[in-house]
Structure formats: C-alpha cells, structure tokens
Design a protein around this ligand. Structure first.
Ligand SMILES: Cc1cc2nc3c(=O)[nH]c(=O)nc-3n(C[C@H](O)[C@H](O)[C@H](O)COP(=O)(O)OP(=O)(O)OC[C@H]3O[C@@H](n4cnc5c(N)ncnc54)[C@H](O)[C@@H]3O)c2cc1C
Length: 403
C-alpha cells in the first residue's frame, strides 16, 4: 500500500516540499498530493511589483509538476482533522454547489503560509490595502491605476515589505505624493552603510518619511497617528507583518498564541508526529534559538528539513540536519536600486552591504532563482529511496520529543 503524503499550500515552501518528496521517495511507494487554492504559483515576493502594474510570468502548477508523479488538487482547504488524519477541500463551485472533498493522509505537510496582519487597528479592514497575496495586490493595482497626479499614498510599516512597497510605488508613480509611516527609525536595524543608502534612495524618490510614528486608525482619506496627527492618504497600504491562516488553530495541533504550529528541529509537530509544518505556518527555531522570521530566506530550508526527515524516517535512514540560517536581507528599492544587507546566521546586520544597481541585480537573481527552483523540482535528481514497511509503522508511533 502506498504511503499517502498530502502537502497543503503550494507557495515557496509547499511546492518545494512536494517536489523534493517526489525526488527523494520511490513513486510506487508514496502517493503525494499537493493542494493549493490557486492554479498557478504566485511569486509572493513580487507582490509590490504586481501592485504597481508590472506583469509576472505565469507559472501553472500543471506544467511545473508534469512528470513528477505529484498529484495536484486545486481547491481551498477549509479544515484539517489531525486526529482522523483528514483534510477537507471546499467544493470547487463554493458551498452548496458541489461536494466538499475529504482527503486522507498518512503524513501531512502543512504549508499554508500567511496573509496580512492588520494588528486590529480600527479601519484597516475597511480602508487599507495589502500586498501579502495576489488578490490584495490586484485590488491595490487597480486602485493605484485610478489615482490622479498629486493624490496621496501612505505605506504603513517600515519593515522589508514596507520599504519595497513604498519605493516601488514612488518610482513607478513620481506624480503621486508618497509617504512611509514607520514605528521605528528608518532602517534602524541595518548597518550604517545600509541605512545611509536607504535614506539616500528615499530622498531621491521624494518619499516623505514619518519615523517613530504608530498609526492608530485608518480612514478612507487619511490615517491617524498615536500623537493625534493626521496624514492624508487616498490610499493606505498596510505592511506591518504577516499573520497565519486560522486553520491550524482550529485543530488539536499545538500552536502558538499567533496560530503557528510548534515544531521540533525536523519541522515535525510536537503534538502530532505525522504532521510537519514549514514556512510561515511553523514556529521553528533558528540559530541562537531565535524563532525564524516569516520569510522565503528561511522557509525554503524548513521545507528541505521536513522532507529530508520524512524521507529518512520512511526509508529507515538517519535523519539529516539541514542547516537553517540567514545570509542576507535582499531589499529591492524600485527596479533600479536595491540593498543587500549581509547578516549573521541569526539575522543581525553586519557591516557589509551591497547597494545600488548591483544590489538590484542581485535581488532579481535571488527572486528568479527562488521561482526557478520551485518550477524545476526534478532538476538535480537524487537517488530515490524505497519506503521500508517497518519504518512506516515506526512513523505512526507516539510523539517523539524534540531533538
Ligand atoms: C511583497 C512581499 C515581499 C516579500 N519579499 C521577501 C523577500 O524578499 N525575501 C523573503 O525571504 N521573504 C519575502 N517575503 C515573505 C515571503 O513571501 C513569505 O515568507 C513566503 O512566501 C512564505 O512561504 P510559504 O510557502 O510559507 O507561504 P506562501 O508563499 O504564502 O504560500 C502559501 C500557499 O498556500 C496557499 N493557501 C493559503 N491558504 C490556503 C487554503 N485555505 N487552501 C488552499 N491553499 C491555500 C496559497 O495560495 C499559497 O500558494 C515577501 C512577502 C511579500 C508579501
């Protein structure tokens, strides 16, 4: 009998995991199903580019996974029952139109990623735009296209996504009045060189920066700050971090207060040994026992780690330790400029940074490389290993403690 592996979510980490599983395990032994809401791969790291009107290359999963043996299922996951080991996928036409489908699994890889986080600030849900996924970015794209010269845009959030969004908007639409509201200082975690360059670019693009400014409410035409000031905003773009989808929290899985699945160093759920969580959906510890930040930069390593652990456990091999660490923070500052901030293994800025056109080129290569490796899962094929029946039995055994 085949061992059924269901992978939920085909973003950077889920798609990587499905492809790597297909490479690692023998086709006759496992049935791998990849479930995703959309029919093609979304380059989430380019949503700020999409929002300003750039077109992204279509990447249909059907082509990406052709010949891999991975079965694709398009649909929205609405529930996971980790005690019965089933996943519910909504009927394609929506409730009442068809039957929901229930998929049974032996091993689950949970990679549903995250969406935007409105932090509960009043007015965000009604008035703010977001770029955490394609639907939100498309809505912003249409809104920005409809703005007349001189109208105001405020990007709230001075982190990586906010910086990429505000510079992309200002570069594409120099006719707009573009501002950034950041709770801290502009790029205050960067090296001196990185922070200096960022300030130079922001000045060149004519972006007004409101530093040490917390936005406490969003209205249709302005935002209000903690000190009671008002900043005009025909469009508010909200980029204050990501929040995971509520599905895991509705299960008996052990999750954090924010709904991330708690895993050991092999990305295996601490409460349910047949569930692995990767990417934004997991709370995994990185170097220095610090939680990994939600990013592709670390997420792809977590997918590799989970797959290598699953493959080892099913084939009776030794579970490898995939190093999960950071190397750099790659920030696009429009299409012609960028900043590559080199960091320690645990993500703290070191002195060296690349800036300017070279950094923009570097960032582009990173984005292209990430999408390429997802789209070519079978390149660099490794020897497929046979599943060992005794190992499958052991896999189903009670929870193992975190290594
Ligand atoms: C504008 C922007 C720029 C970014 N830039 C960078 C960067 O430069 N570097 C970096 O490291 N990180 C960056 N990030 C963060 C990075 O995109 C995420 O951390 C990464 O995508 C997480 O990967 P994931 O596979 O966990 O989740 P995702 O990529 O979000 O994938 C989740 C998948 O699950 C699917 N899904 C979700 N819910 C359901 C459901 N209920 N049913 C079925 N399918 C579902 C989604 O459609 C999606 O395909 C950026 C993010 C944004 C928004």
């Amino acid at each position: 009998m085949q061992h059924r592996i269901v992978v939920l979510g085909a973003g950077y980490t889920g798609a990587t995991a499905a492809g790597r599983l297909a490479k690692r395990l023998h086709r006759e032994d496992v049935a791998i199903t990849l479930v995703n809401a959309e029919p093609d791969f979304v380059e989430r790291v380019r949503m700020h580019q999409f929002a300003v009107g750039q077109d992204l290359a279509p990447r249909p999963f059907g082509e990406m996974f052709e010949g891999t043996g991975v079965a694709l299922k398009q649909g929205k996951v609405t529930a996971v029952d980790v005690d019965r080991k089933t996943v519910t996928v909504a009927a394609p036409g929506g409730a009442g139109v068809g039957e929901d489908e229930v998929l049974a699994y032996d091993t689950l890889v949970y990679a549903l990623g995250s969406g935007w986080n409105d932090q509960g600030v009043p007015g965000t849900a009604e008035h703010a735009h977001e770029i955490a996924g394609r639907p939100g970015a498309l809505r912003l794209r249409e809104r920005l296209a409809g703005l007349a010269a001189g109208e105001s845009v405020v990007v709230v959030g001075g982190g990586l996504t906010g910086l990429e969004a505000v510079t992309e908007i200002a570069e594409t639409r120099p006719d707009l009045d573009v501002a950034l509201a950041a709770r801290g200082g502009l790029g205050d975690w960067l090296s001196a060189k990185g922070a200096r360059h960022l300030r130079k670019v922001v000045d060149r693009l004519g972006i007004t920066v409101h530093e040490h400014t917390a936005v406490t409410a969003v209205e249709a035409d302005h935002v209000t700050t903690a000190d009671g000031a008002s900043i005009p905003a025909a469009v508010t773009v909200w980029t204050t971090g990501f929040a995971v989808h509520p599905i895991a929290r509705a299960t008996t899985l052990e999750v954090t207060g924010t709904g991330q699945i708690v895993v050991d160093r092999t990305m295996r759920s601490l409460s349910h040994p047949d569930v692995y969580a990767v990417g934004d959906a997991a709370l995994a510890m990185g170097p220095g026992d610090k939680p990994l930040r939600m990013s592709c930069a670390s997420g792809v390593f977590t997918a590799w780690q989970a797959v290598d652990a699953i493959a080892a456990r099913l084939t009776g091999g030794k579970v490898p330790n995939v190093p999960v660490r950071y190397y750099n923070q790659c920030i696009s500052l429009g299409r012609k400029d960028g900043l590559i901030q080199f960091v320690t293994a645990d993500d703290r800025a070191v002195r060296s940074a690349l800036t300017g056109r070279l950094a923009a080129f570097y960032k582009e290569i990173i984005c292209k490389g990430a999408a390429w490796s997802v789209a070519h899962p079978m390149v660099m094929a490794v020897r497929r290993r046979r599943v060992v029946p005794e190992a499958v039995v052991a896999e189903a055994s009670p929870v193992r403690t975190a290594a």
